[in-house]
Ligand binder design. Structure first.
Ligand code: FAD
Ligand code: SF4
Ligand code: SF4
Length: 377
């Protein structure tokens, strides 16, 4: 009988060599054989396990998405464009000091702080600080330290690896901030039925981030050099609404990089991504950009509540005065859905161009009704 190929070699052939790896870290930290170097996933030694967790948790191996949706969410909340929507809010942290240290409205950090101070989670996994040379996930168990890790780094941080490495203790509960691909990996971990593995149960909260793309570190560092900058000089980065630039914040002031130059640094795996709102998180947070008032909305977030856990946390944040809310216009949700549908269509077209067959959608299932919808249009 022919020997079954190892999970690691299948991961290499189907994900790494196909440039589909998002750098999420879900295959790292489980064994000594795989690691992350800068933002790249590398295989140090060969492993011959046929049913390894590395492949099982990877968001770029085939997943039963309908089953994941059914296991984690209420079917009545389903939308095709942005996944389950229980509630949709425009919100921000009430704490102006926190807002000043955050990317947009500080909603993510405010909710994490609340979850930790209420004992809903014992620790949170966030991405390392901007100034740190290597992108990494950080396990933080002091609510007061979370604001140090706020703001966005537009490169892949292998935060799921930090979840695997987090010590396990009796009844320990962990929250994770995750991009959409990471949220999918975490959903696979949460629902995994693997003998001897039950760490997924410690995942008590996943706060998703909206995500358009990440930048591949090496070309981005080369681009920074042309502006006499390095990643260590950056104090922040943002994409201001309607300006078609990436704004780099430095101690000497902002440096604007035209989006055409930035586009050349986008990680290839992101071009095949169909999720812009972290559809598998408990709740998802992004910039509040809609209509003509996007400048005024710079310090606010759009928040999609997806699960009961997400709903309870946002409701507690409201009653405790941790978050403030403003009128939530229908146009915001409408624009978000349209943008998300466009991302799905473009990614599916690129996937077909890569595989050369509408029957082969690489990591997606052509039978999934959501996928089918965006294949047709
Ligand atoms: C790569 C990337 C692309 C994004 N693209 C979009 C987009 O197209 N549209 C949009 O509306 N919003 C996008 N966002 C989300 C947006 O930048 C903000 O994170 C979001 O609006 C929450 O704002 P906040 O003020 O509540 O976050 P904060 O309170 O500042 O908290 C941000 C949290 O994100 C974590 N984080 C930072 N960088 C990363 C990373 N690379 N990987 C994982 N976690 C990270 C931090 O550790 C912190 O916990 C993107 C974020 C990232 C990281
Ligand atoms: S996408 Fe994530 S899990 Fe898959 S190979 Fe890359 S780092 Fe590993
Ligand atoms: S665009 Fe998709 S694949 Fe790329 S980092 Fe964001 S969620 Fe992951």
């Amino acid at each position: 009988m022919r020997k079954k190929r190892s999970s690691q070699s299948r991961l290499k052939k189907d994900v790494l060599e196909q440039s589909l790896c998002t750098g999420c870290g879900a295959c790292v930290g489980l064994c000594p054989y795989q690691m992350v170097y800068k933002d790249r996933t590398v295989q140090l030694f060969d492993c011959d396990l046929p049913d390894g967790r590395c492949r099982a948790f990877c968001p770029r191996t085939p997943s039963d998405l309908p089953l994941l949706r059914e296991s984690l969410f209420d079917a009545l909340d389903a939308t095709d464009e942005i996944g389950p929507v229980k509630e949709f809010w425009i919100a921000r942290a009430k704490d102006a000091g926190l807002r000043a240290r955050s990317q947009h409205g500080g909603t993510v950090t405010a909710l994490l702080r609340l979850a930790m101070s209420e004992g809903w989670i014992d620790a949170a996994i966030v991405s390392g600080r901007l100034s740190e040379r290597e992108p990494e996930g950080r396990l933080i168990d002091d609510a007061g330290a979370l604001a140090d890790y706020a703001r966005s780094r537009f490169w892949a941080a292998p935060t799921v690896a930090a979840f695997h490495r987090a010590p396990e203790g009796e009844g320990r509960r962990i929250g994770v901030v995750a991009t959409p691909c990471q949220a999918l990996a975490l959903a696979k971990i949460r629902t995994a039925k693997i003998d001897g593995y039950d760490k997924g149960k410690t995942l008590s909260l996943v706060i998703g981030l909206f995500c358009g793309w990440t930048l591949a570190l090496e070309p981005f560092q080369n681009l920074l050099e042309t502006y006499q900058l390095s990643a260590a000089n950056l104090t922040g980065m943002d994409i201001p609404a309607g300006k078609n630039i990436l704004e780099l914040h430095t101690a000497e002031g902002p440096v604007n990089v035209p989006m055409a130059e930035v586009d050349a640094c986008v990680r290839e795996a992101c071009r095949y991504c169909v999720d812009s709102t972290a559809e598998f998180a408990d709740l998802s947070v992004g910039a509040a950009r809609y209509g003509r008032n996007s400048g005024e909305m710079q310090n606010w977030n759009q928040v999609i509540v997806r699960s009961e856990t997400g709903k309870k946390l946002v409701s507690l944040a409201r009653s405790r005065g941790i978050l403030e809310f403003r009128e939530t216009p229908q146009e915001a949700l409408h624009e978000l859905k349209n943008a998300a549908a466009e991302k799905k269509k473009k990614a599916l077209a690129r996937i077909i161009a890569k595989s050369r067959s509408p029957q082969n959608l690489l990591y997606l299932n052509p039978g999934d009704t959501v996928v089918k919808k965006y294949l047709k249009t």
